[in-house]
Design a protein around this ligand. Sequence first.
Ligand code: ADP
Length: 497
Amino acid sequence: MEEIIQEEIKPKVLIVDDERGLRTGTKRILQSEGYNVDTAENGTEGIELGTKNDYDLCIIDLKMPDIDGIEVLKTIKKARPNTICYIATAFATFDTAIEATKLGAQSYIPKPFTTDELLKHLETGYEKRLLILESERLRKEREERLLEIAYEKSRLNTIVNSIFDGVMVVNKTGELVLFNPASLKYFDLNEIIIGEKILGILPKEVSDLINKILNTEKYENKSYSTQLELKQNRELCVEVSCSPVPHPDGSLAGVVTVINNITEMKKLEYVKSQFVSMVAHELKAPMAAVMGFMNLILDDSMGIKPDKQKEYISRSTKRLQGLIEMVNDLLDISRMEIKKKEREIKELNIPEILKSNVDFLELELKKKGITVTTNLELDLPPIKADNNEINRLYTNILSNALKYNKEKGTIDISAYKSGNYVVTKIADTGIGMKPEDREKLFQEFFRVKNDQTRNIPGTGLGLSIVKRIVESYSGKIEVDSEYGKGTTFIIKFPYKV
Ligand code: ADP
């Protein structure tokens, strides 16, 4: 069987007395009673030992030749307030006894004392000392725990305060328990304090959600959310979610509300829906035109002659061709948006691409009597890009320079190096455009509408695709145009040496 050896803790006593006999006699008695005893033969030594060591008990003689017992008591008590001290004297007056207890002595022991009297005093004193030590330990423990809690609380506060989303917690009666600065910002609240009833000052939609949870009898793990436009025109949109907070006993403790900024998402949704309605609108016009032609042909009562029918069919085909181009452009935009377009990145020589594009347009250039001049710098560094995309870009720009040019106009093409960019300039002597039109040039479906452009076919998507391609290679595109005189597109692609 294992024996539990409990080390006996001996009370530590200091005896301060100039009378040698009493000192040694008391020491012997106490030692035989299981005390651990030190002695001091005068006040100086008593102070030294009594302040240096943490004695449980201390018996101090009142009258000593060097330092008075009261002084010794004061000094020891100051350094060791938990040491139980006794003043022992044969000459005690009522006043000194009172003074000694005022200064912290446990009591006063009249000399001479019997062993029993002494032991009784010391036993009571030691019990008191143990109680003091225990309460001291408990106090320390509590302080540490409080510190820990305070630290945890401040850590939690720091975390909650630094959350970008707003967080707000109310208790069962709708009083504010916790909030972070973000929640104040969203709800435009300046001064709210913990404990405040806040349901009345929150947006109605939010307090309705909170009430919905607070009004349920029991705790139910069910959250509610709503989207709010806190500032008009999608300036500030939030999603507010309210969830019940359970109490450890399973009942409902309160409601936590999280406010999430969804402004960017809402703006994007809006742009997307605008785009969809724009697409629908653009598709509708040519479809309606084709439908009109078909109905005319089908309507026998109209008696449309065969050559007229043929004309309608050919006009329909043109509109359908335009539709196919538009759909292809839209598909390209969507592939670029979701970055699904497969790219084959390789080194491309821009002058070569420009030349092959001009060759491709040769017939139409001739038809319109347009002269093309080129000024392409030799040894131009290649750019790294997808061949199809770069070709698509220059085809768009060059065919515009042709489409929107005047009869017998010119197109000047130059390519050169500038800083870290390969720059291409395509200048035409065409119809040009007004500054207000130039600003909208890269928007989807934008087309300048005037007498000169009326009969030029197009989707209004070409330049928006060009811009997307240029930007996807960290390039830049600029336009210089003078109404009635001509337009210059400047495209810059960064290259790596
Ligand atoms: P599309 O040519 O199919 O209409 P784009 O996106 O290529 O579409 O061009 C948008 C509009 O910008 C054109 O409709 C035209 O009004 C104007 N534009 C483009 N390039 C030129 C140019 N070189 N000169 C004058 N106007 C131009």
